[in-house]
Design a protein around this ligand. Structure first.
Ligand code: 5GP
Length: 196
């Protein structure tokens, strides 16, 4: 694989509520030549999530099964009862042609990609939006939530936080200072692109 790859693959792990979408949107603006690989997922779009503008393709279980059988996914995983997969062709085409491709991914997917892509072509970034206590405050300030739902969010946060130990780079987005976090993430991408 190493002989044919010349690009850089950036995997972004981040608990929900860490500010991931804002930071990735910023990178899209600053680096318009970068690629942002799509996700196939069997979950349905959330309210307010526009399938036209995001990087998710919402597919049926049958389509997902067929793609697994065809070997079309670089990796796939089940998270929160739904499946998520990375169509291999998109990512590999960019990596073979010397570009940079960024992809959101959970920890299970990151481990699979680590086994496939040599480390000189791969950087795993974790966006650290702070502690559960801080996140809980932000969630509750936005809208009321039942104790049961809040417990589910906490479980999910603790699961996603395990990714921190697997990251090469940690981008802090703690103190509500998004401008600073954008700067950190931009610097991280700039360093990665120096490897091209
Ligand atoms: P959500 O349903 O909140 O959009 O995503 C759930 C989790 O799946 C998040 O951690 C997200 O980063 C991750 N994810 C998104 N796309 C992929 C993918 O293609 N593969 C894997 N393994 N995880 C993904």
């Amino acid at each position: 694989m190493n002989d044919i790859l010349s690009g850089q693959f950036v995997l972004v792990m981040a608990p929900s509520g860490s500010g991931k979408s804002t930071l990735i949107r910023d990178i899209k603006e600053v680096y318009p030549d970068m690629s942002f690989a799509r996700t196939h997922t069997t979950r349905v779009p959330r309210p307010g999530e526009d399938p036209q503008t995001g990087t998710y393709d919402f597919v049926s279980n049958e389509t997902f099964d067929a793609n697994i059988a065809a070997g079309a996914y670089l990796e796939w995983a089940t998270f929160g009862g739904h499946r998520y997969g990375t169509p291999a062709a998109d990512v590999l085409n960019v990596l073979k042609s010397g570009g940079t491709v960024l992809k959101e991914m959970d920890l299970q997917g990151v481990k699979q990609v680590r086994a496939l892509i040599p480390p000189e072509h791969l950087t795993v970034v974790y966006i650290d939006g702070g502690s559960w206590e801080a996140l809980k405050e932000r969630i509750l300030a936005r809208a009321p939530m039942s104790a049961e739902q809040l417990e589910l969010r906490k479980e999910r946060f603790l699961e996603e936080e395990k990714g921190k130990g697997e990251a090469d780079v940690i981008v802090e987005n703690h103190d509500g200072n998004v401008a600073k976090a954008k700067e950190r993430f931009r610097a991280c991408i700039a360093t990665i692109r120096e490897r091209l």
